[in-house]
Design a binder for this molecule. Structure first.
Ligand SMILES: [Zn+2]
Length: 216
């Protein structure tokens, strides 16, 4: 299927709900993403998100003109409230979709997970581009072998809130975990995975008094 939506023009984000019945229905979910996050408006999160990531094979795919790293096997997962959410997809947005303390960065990676019921949980990590070498991973025939922990910051503090997917259909609820440590990423690596769709950040959505948590 060809992509009918875009980030600019008459198929841009403000018109996504008009492009199909499916997009319209998804847009009715009231708590949309991304949002701007600030420390002052948070309350403490007492529940832990724990990571059980392992080195595994990912296939490089172009879906809707965006590069995705898709796990070949269901191995890596996170645990939240005694529920396992398996890693299903890694992709990125340039520039970042979430804003933290009024700061937008050049790049945001999304690590998408789903539990056995298909409920989504997304970890977002913001990056700035550097001239550092690319992460060391093995590559063979459009497949990559790496530990997805390489996308996680050293400092595991994060915002947590309920939102939606940021590409159509923008369904919810999605459990968002947005890490607040900004991290370096090789600009040469990102140059390689860039597509014509960039910039690909959905504009900020209304927070609508939703609860936003912060875990130190
Ligand atoms: Zn995304």
């Amino acid at each position: 299927m060809t992509r009918i939506w875009s980030y600019t023009g008459e198929n841009g984000p403000e018109f996504w709900p008009e492009l199909s019945q499916e997009f319209y229905e998804a847009a009715q979910f009231p708590l949309q993403s991304p949002i701007s996050l600030s420390y002052e408006e948070t309350q403490p999160l007492y529940k832990n998100l724990t990571f059980h990531y392992e080195k595994q094979t990912f296939s490089i795919k172009n879906v809707n003109d965006t590069i995705h790293f898709e796990p070949v096997n269901t191995i890596s997962f996170v645990d939240f409230l005694h529920d396992r959410y398996y890693l299903t997809d890694i992709h990125f947005h340039m520039p970042s979709e979430h804003i933290i303390a009024n700061e937008q960065t050049s790049l945001e990676f999304h690590l998408v997970h789903k539990n056995n019921y298909g409920d989504p949980l997304v970890c977002a990590v913001l990056f700035y581009l550097t001239k550092e070498p690319a992460p060391s991973w093995a590559e063979d025939n459009n497949e990559l072998l790496f530990d997805p922990s390489l996308f996680l910051p050293m400092n595991a503090s994060y915002f947590h809130y309920e939102g939606s997917l940021t590409t159509p259909p923008t369904d919810g609820p999605v459990k968002w975990f947005v890490f607040d440590q900004k991290n370096p990423m090789s600009s040469s690596l990102m140059e390689r995975f860039k597509t014509d769709l960039l910039p690909n950040n959905r504009p900020l959505q209304d927070k609508k008094q939703r609860l936003i948590y912060y875990k130190k």
